[in-house]
Design a protein around this ligand. Structure first.
Ligand code: MSP
Length: 524
């Protein structure tokens, strides 16, 4: 039984989701769906981060309680993820009672072990990061480099965690396990940050932050958000310092934890230190993705360029989220920053999904009907030693190898490259010409190769475009869902002899997003 546990960052519930949040959830979903095609038991966790000063301030500004604010935003996140087909198994909220109780126990255990001490402190706090900043990391104007806001000077007595005690062990772990931080180029950044690491504040006074989990046995303090937030990855599984649950023992350590590059420090330094202090194994991989800009500009409420996934769905009247999911995954190499623009979106999905895949399938099925009445005879079935079959089979291996390194964009490119090969094959062999010359067996074999290729493409594409892939399967008269096909059982020449389709059943699986037919068919 192979298990695979993967998580996303939990989003701050002080606003509605935008395409940056969506980028991460889609990336994790594509990885989850791919590994479901390879492993027996994939468990996918996502959720929301609901405590802290940011939540408290936003709620106050809107005249609602923090819990009311969270409830209404959590509903928006869930609706958005459902609309995008995010196939999570569990949605954790840090206001879940079970989570809060275990966080208190975790804090207590760290105290009992001597990893937490009380200390008076003056520091610069950025509520955007929910973190104290080191003066060294500020911009020349004294602003937080990520949020471009002046941090607030805070003077308090807080609990501190002995992060510095774990510095050497973390450095050693990163150096010994190149797979721990992905993409690998980010590891150096973390090693540099580790050079300057100091103990960190893990609580705030209730006076300054009232919306948080109380420290057991100390009425004056609330647990500061990062211990609370990071612990979600284990509390969701029912971890308990006194008696870890079966589910925890089954799924932990996580196979991959997907996060944005801005919170890598918390996941590659704080999180391992907390886990070491609790004597829990570290996750296998922290995958840091890049950021999404809009028309090459950082998304921001002030600029007013924040886009939600539903804006894209509405602009292009998309029936399925597939094209949006696909575009987000190919907009940048995995780990690098990506950009969204309507023009790029249109060009990319029209080229790859409408022309390369949709048209090819449509043309092929139409020829199958025209020349063979939609019938595959046993002698049409080709062997797996022909060039197209070999390319299909090696594409599956390449896609798997990319996913093993979490190269989601690169794996998609392999699929597109293969579809280019198939398109070229059709143009070179010209089955319509073969039919004209009455070379019917040759023509039938070309069409069979293309239909088999389409089955391979749909199977590999299913994690990105589950609905379109399923429609391709339906067009090929295959009744199972491609998401449920195991890649290791994907063999050549499985489309059986018999009637595959008839004229009335042939439908385009993906129309160009700007075509008049697309608009008209959607409106009809
Ligand atoms: N609550 C913390 C994470 C705690 S994880 C234990 C947080 N929340 S967030 O809402 O600000 O961000 C959630 C995730 O969305 C982060 O991984 C962040 O990098 C990602 N993104 C937010 N804006 C983004 C873009 N514009 N582009 C891509 N991802 C971005 O941080």
């Amino acid at each position: 039984m192979t298990k695979y546990y993967l998580t996303t960052a939990i989003d701050y519930a002080n606003g509605a989701p935008h395409i940056g949040h969506a980028y991460e959830k889609i990336q994790t979903d594509v990885i989850a769906r791919h590994f479901r095609q390879r492993y027996d038991d994939v468990y996918f966790l996502t959720g929301t981060d609901e405590h802290g000063i940011k939540m408290q301030k936003t709620a106050a500004a809107q005249g609602v309680t923090p819990k009311e604010l969270c409830d209404s935003n959590v509903a928006k996140f869930k609706e958005c993820w459902d609309g995008l087909g995010i196939s999570y198994d569990q949605f954790i909220r840090t206001t879940d009672v079970e989570h809060e109780e275990i966080v208190q126990k975790i804090f207590k255990k760290l105290q009992d072990n001597g990893d937490i001490y009380k200390h008076s402190y003056t520091g610069l706090y950025c509520s955007g990061c929910e973190s104290f900043l080191n003066p060294r990391d500020l911009t020349e104007d004294g602003l937080c480099p990520d949020h471009l806001k002046k941090p607030e000077e805070v003077k308090e007595e807080n609990y501190f965690f002995k992060l510095s005690k774990y510095k050497d062990r973390i450095i050693e772990h990163i150096k010994k396990h190149p797979e721990f931080i992905q993409p690998e180029f980010r590891a150096n950044e973390v090693l540099n940050q580790l050079e300057h690491i100091e103990d960190i504040s893990v609580s705030r006074s209730k006076e300054s932050v009232s919306w948080g989990i109380p420290v057991l046995g100390d009425d004056s303090q609330n647990i500061y958000v990062w211990i609370d937030a990071l612990s979600n990855y284990i509390t969701a599984l029912g971890y308990d310092p006194e008696k870890p649950s079966e589910k925890f023992n089954k799924y932990w350590p996580a196979d991959v934890q997907v996060i944005g590059k801005d919170i890598l420090k918390f996941h590659a330094i704080y999180w391992p230190a907390f886990l070491m202090a609790l004597d829990i194994p570290l996750p296998k991989t922290i995958l840091a993705h890049g950021w999404i800009t809009i028309d090459q500009t950082k998304m921001s409420k002030t600029i007013g360029n924040v886009i939600a996934p539903k804006d894209v769905m509405e602009t292009f009247e998309l029936e399925y989220p597939d094209a949006f999911r696909y575009f987000m995954m190919v907009t940048a190499p995995t780990g690098r920053d990506g950009n969204y623009s309507d023009v790029d979106f249109k060009e990319r999905v029209n080229a790859d999904l409408a022309n390369n895949i949709g048209n090819l399938l449509n043309r092929t099925l139409n020829m199958q009907v025209k020349y063979f009445d939609g019938e595959i005879k046993p002698e049409f079935i080709t062997e797996s030693d022909n060039e197209i079959a070999k390319a299909a089979i090696s594409t599956v291996e390449n896609v798997k190898a990319h996913f093993d390194k979490f190269e989601v964009a690169e794996a998609a490119q392999e699929i597109v490259n293969f579809s280019n090969i198939v398109n070229k094959y059709v143009n070179d062999t010209a089955p319509w010409g073969l039919a004209k010359e009455e070379k019917m067996l040759e023509c039938a074999k070309v069409l069979y190769n293309v239909m088999e290729s389409m089955r391979f493409i749909a199977t590999m594409l299913a994690p990105y475009c589950p609905n379109i892939a399923n429609d391709v399967y339906k067009q090929l008269n295959i009744s199972i869902n491609p998401c449920e096909v195991k890649l290791d059982s994907l063999k050549w020449a499985e489309i059986p002899a018999g009637k595959i389709t008839e004229k009335e059943k042939i439908k385009p699986v993906f129309l160009r997003v700007d075509s008049e037919i697309a608009g008209a068919s959607k409106k009809a």
